[in-house]
Design a protein around this ligand. Structure first.
Ligand SMILES: NC(=O)c1ccc[n+]([C@@H]2O[C@H](COP(=O)([O-])OP(=O)(O)OC[C@H]3O[C@@H](n4cnc5c(N)ncnc54)[C@H](O)[C@@H]3O)[C@@H](O)[C@H]2O)c1
Length: 401
């Protein structure tokens, strides 16, 4: 059905946990019509729909897709459900915004890229961090030669919510979260962001993955993401996924770099930091201080840019809403991202070169992740193998993991 403006687009959200809630609220802010949510069970869906003041709680994905007022579905369920749910949504002719990581394996993500391309539907992977206005500005600045040649790209993504052996989440289980945990969960954001900001893809990696907490206690009751509550009843589980990663990087435009990733760094709640050193200047940003960026110079004083539509280029301005000094943050990135994606829905199809992260970008991070895992296993540099991108075909049989 033709929609002429975002306020006519009907959305549904699968998953009503930490980030599903953010999707619902952001969609309301951009003016989309949130038709309903799908929870893990009908009861949970109804309870969350009531709390979120959403009209419908669907009983199943089939019922959701039978609702012809729904044009787009947001997939915010645990990682192991992304592929099967997205496959069904595309088959039903609906646009999709899927959370990262797009899939558990590159084979699966390649299938989604292929299905989405064949469908002609709008598809996005929610690498929302690109949409902090200062990151949009950095992308444009670097593309315009503002730092000279990009040489050295370094940084970290640290959190502390899995610091204790009593901290538990489905992400710790490879069959639910994927074989890579810290890298897939948060490292994928940093790697995608650096590709976006520098315009260079990661071409080779040398990685070490470490699991410091080999046994954790899984509570027998339900667990909320980022919760640090202690529960008395728990069973011991062996952990194979990594708590930290140290990765050396080569980029296809000649840059070199390194990133550290951790979910066990005391005090670091959600700290994504990067610094890009070019031949003529440097740029650095920290997600815990997202409204300011540091610009480094050799021959004049360094600068701090406070996010300000009046002082940024068109891309930074498009992602910003408020005047400088009125702090914008995490929630706002979802709004800016969804506005860009929904503009294509209103246009009726994906633009030829979407500015937002698509399934192809989600798949690319799966390929980088595969190289990271192989490098850590084999103790050597591994090239990122992108040959599957060109050859991706729909896989109709059940995917072997
Ligand atoms: N872009 C970001 O910044 C960001 C941040 C956090 C999480 N994420 C991603 O979002 C996804 C969800 O993460 P979360 O932190 O919200 O997890 P969560 O555990 O808080 O929420 C997941 C929700 O999915 C529900 N669910 C489980 N099975 C379901 C099913 N069959 N059908 C429908 N719903 C089902 C669960 O009940 C839960 O409410 C993950 O893929 C994660 O990587 C992205």
């Amino acid at each position: 059905m033709t929609r002429t403006r975002i306020s006519e687009v009907g959305s549904a959200v699968i998953g009503t946990g930490f980030i599903g809630t953010v999707h619902v609220e952001a969609l309301r802010r951009i003016g989309a019509q949130v038709r309903g949510v799908l929870g893990s069970t009908p009861e949970r869906g109804r309870a969350r729909a009531a709390t979120l003041e959403v009209e419908r709680a669907y009983e199943s994905l089939t019922e959701l897709l039978d609702d012809d007022t729904v044009d787009v579905v947001h997939v915010t369920s645990p990682n192991d459900l992304h592929v099967s749910q997205t496959r069904e949504i595309l088959a039903a002719g609906r646009h999709v915004v899927c959370e990262k990581p797009l899939a558990l394996t590159p084979l699966e993500s390649a299938e989604l890229v292929s299905l989405a391309a064949t469908s002609g539907l709008v598809n996005a992977t929610n690498f929302n961090i690109r949409y902090y206005p200062l990151n949009q500005h950095a992308h444009e600045l670097i593309a315009g030669g503002g730092l000279g040649a990009v040489r050295f790209v370094t940084g970290r993504y640290f959190q502390d919510w899995l610091l204790l052996e009593s901290d538990w989440n489905w992400r710790l289980q490879p069959d639910r979260g994927g074989a890579l945990r810290a890298v897939g969960d948060i490292g994928s954001h940093w790697l995608d962001l650096m590709t976006f900001v520098t315009g260079q893809h990661v071409s080779a990696v040398m990685a070490e993955l470490s699991t410091f907490i080999g046994t954790r206690r899984e509570p027998t009751g339900p667990v909320t993401t980022f919760s640090t509550d202690l529960q008395a009843d728990a069973v011991e589980r062996e952990i194979s996924t990594e708590d930290t990663a140290s990765i050396l990087l080569r980029f296809d435009g000649g840059a070199r770099g390194a990133v550290s990733i951790s979910q066990i760094s005391p005090g670091r709640k959600n700290s994504l930091v990067y610094e890009i050193d070019g031949s003529e200047g440097a740029w650095s940003w920290d997600s815990e201080q997202p409204d300011q960026a540091w610009a480094g110079h050799r021959d004049r004083p360094n600068e701090i840019l406070i996010r300000n539509p009046a002082l940024m280029g068109p891309a930074g301005r498009a992602a910003a809403v408020l005047p400088g000094g009125h702090v914008e943050g995490f929630f706002d990135t979802f709004c800016a991202h969804f506005r860009a994606v929904y503009a294509d829905m209103v246009a009726g199809e994906p633009s030829s070169h979407p500015g937002y992260p698509t399934f192809a970008d989600g798949h690319d991070e799966m390929l980088v992740g595969e190289a990271i895992a192989r490098s850590a296993r084999e103790g050597r540099w591994v090239d990122v193998d992108r040959s599957s991108v060109a050859g991706a075909q729909p896989v109709t049989a059940e995917i072997a993991r």
